[in-house]
Design a protein around this ligand. Structure first.
Ligand SMILES: *Cc1c(COP(=O)(O)O)cnc(C)c1O
Length: 483
């Protein structure tokens, strides 16, 4: 056992040392208010101070008390009265409490973007939350083969589910899709060439730029075609003795429209086969099921890309898949085995929490009779406008009361988004609360909601503040206390 508070005798010695000086301060406080500032020791000896030192680490209380006293000293210089000890201690308590709320906290996503990268992307299914909580609590067979008792392989845990769901021979999981692409290029194309269409050299939020990832992996980028048009002939001419890989990248977050041409995966696969060069695809979101079955816009499905002959496909765990942050690599056994034995893999491997949550999410895909209800991401994407409208009608008067006089709150039609680069040009019809005030700018209203606890995150559109209802189920969630 460790005891973080100093022994009692030492505390007593520390505190008695300055008591005399402090009394002197009180005596002359009428002439110099700064001298009325009590010592840390005296404050912590008071009952309220001792209670704080019992609740928090003593050093932390001392440091916080010093900060409060510094503020008082500055204010006293400007002529402010020094408050009584009890009031000072109350300020210390509030500061300790304020400081101890975690910096990472739950927020209400009223942005209308379901998979919002800044808000942590996919909400997890209850099954995934339970699995990761159980794994967090203690030991798990992360790398232990329970049958033989020998060292196991963490990727074996998900291999069967990923094989069933994607049709690929083998799989590997890393920390995110950017890491998956890095590992792919580093393993298969270091010091060699990767042929990519200029129309697919994308930048995704958070400075994930395809050319930079290539440079980081030591692969040489061989760009072909133009921004809007790339033909099979462009690839064919580019393939040479130094070609290590043909790479297709899903242009997640933008669309090129108009006079365009790109080469289908199947055609790329045929060229790769003829030249003896593997073909990989970075699918970005990577849906495991066809979203069209739920009336949503189509995104490429991983199993279809494997069936079309892609040798390796990479995708994110926390985008359309609806799981934890992860990068999933599926493909041919021999290629995936090469990726798995790259030393870089050790630096990119996911922990037990990711494996637990991803495993439980994949199970839902295989087992759940109603995936649309079991997977929160899908539930949010398929939410009916009528349901959002009802939440909006119930929330509007509550929010108006919180805002105070002069604010107008109404339910309006709004456009939501899937987010994280999936189907960027297809709006999701949604409902939102639109808030405005003749004198208060929308940005100011947004700031009031951000300052609430939990913070409510909306967006400003055409001078109004919008709270999108797609991810709001309980109207009271929006009725936060506003400062
Ligand atoms: C989102 C995305 C990535 C990066 O995936 P992370 O899981 O965020 O690392 C890479 N490529 C494409 C095409 C993407 O859409």
């Amino acid at each position: 056992m460790f005891n973080l508070t100093p022994p009692r005798r030492e505390q007593a010695r520390l505190s008695s040392g300055r008591a005399v000086r402090h009394h002197a301060g009180v005596a002359t406080s009428t002439t110099n208010p700064r001298r009325a500032i009590p010592s840390v020791e005296r404050l912590l000896r008071a009952a309220a101070g001792a209670a704080l030192a019992a609740r928090y680490r003593r050093e932390h209380v001392v440091e916080t008390t010093r900060m409060v006293l510094d503020d008082l000293r500055r204010a006293a210089t400007d002529g402010a009265r020094v408050p009584a000890d009890a009031e000072i201690l109350e300020r210390v308590r509030l500061r300790l409490e304020g400081g101890s709320t975690p910096r990472l906290m739950r927020v209400i996503n009223a942005t209308g973007v379901v998979l919002h990268t800044n808000l942590g992307r996919a909400p997890l299914a209850e099954e995934a939350i339970a699995a990761l909580t159980a794994a967090a609590r203690g030991a798990v067979n992360l790398e232990l083969d329970l049958e033989s008792g020998r060292r196991g392989d963490r990727d074996a845990l998900l291999a069967e589910d990923l094989r069933a769901l994607t049709g690929a021979e083998a799989s590997l999981v890393v920390n995110n899709n950017a890491a998956a692409v890095l590992l792919l290029l580093d393993t298969l194309a270091r010091d060699r060439e990767v042929v990519v269409s200029r129309g697919e050299l994308i930048e995704i939020g958070g400075a994930f730029r395809m050319p930079d990832i290539m440079a980081g992996s030591g692969a040489r980028l061989h760009e072909v075609g133009t921004t809007n048009r790339t033909h099979a002939e462009d690839y064919r001419r580019a393939i040479g003795p130094d070609t290590a890989l043909l790479l297709k990248v899903h242009t997640s977050n933008f669309r090129i429209v108009g006079f365009t041409a790109s080469v289908e995966l199947a055609e790329l696969v045929a060229m790769g086969r003829a030249a003896g060069v593997p073909v990989a695809e970075d699918l970005g979101s990577g849906a495991l099921v066809d979203l069209a079955a739920w009336g949503l816009p189509r995104e490429p499905v991983v199993s279809e890309r494997i069936a079309a002959g892609a040798d390796v496909v990479t995708f994110s765990g926390d985008k359309l898949l609806g799981g934890p942050q992860a990068g999933v690599i599926v493909g041919r056994r021999n290629l995936v085995a090469r990726l798995a034995s790259n030393p870089l893999r050790r630096a990119l491997r996911p922990d037990k929490l990711t494996m637990a949550a991803l495993g439980a999410t994949l199970r839902l895909y295989r087992e759940s009779p109603d995936l649309g209800a079991a997977l929160p991401t899908l539930r949010l994407l398929t939410r009916s406008v009528a349901e959002m409208e009802a939440v909006g009608r119930a929330a509007a008067p509550l929010v108006a009361t919180r805002l105070g006089a002069g604010y107008r709150v109404e339910v309006v039609a709004a456009d939501g988004e899937v987010g994280s680069g999936a189907v960027p040009d297809v709006p999701l019809p949604s409902r939102a609360l639109a808030i405005d005030h003749p004198e208060v700018p929308a940005e100011r209203i947004a700031a009031r909601f951000r300052a609430a606890r939990p913070p409510v995150i909306g967006r400003v559109r055409e001078g109004r503040f919008l709270l999108d209802l797609r991810a709001v189920f309980d109207p009271h969630e929006l009725a936060v206390e506003l400062g």
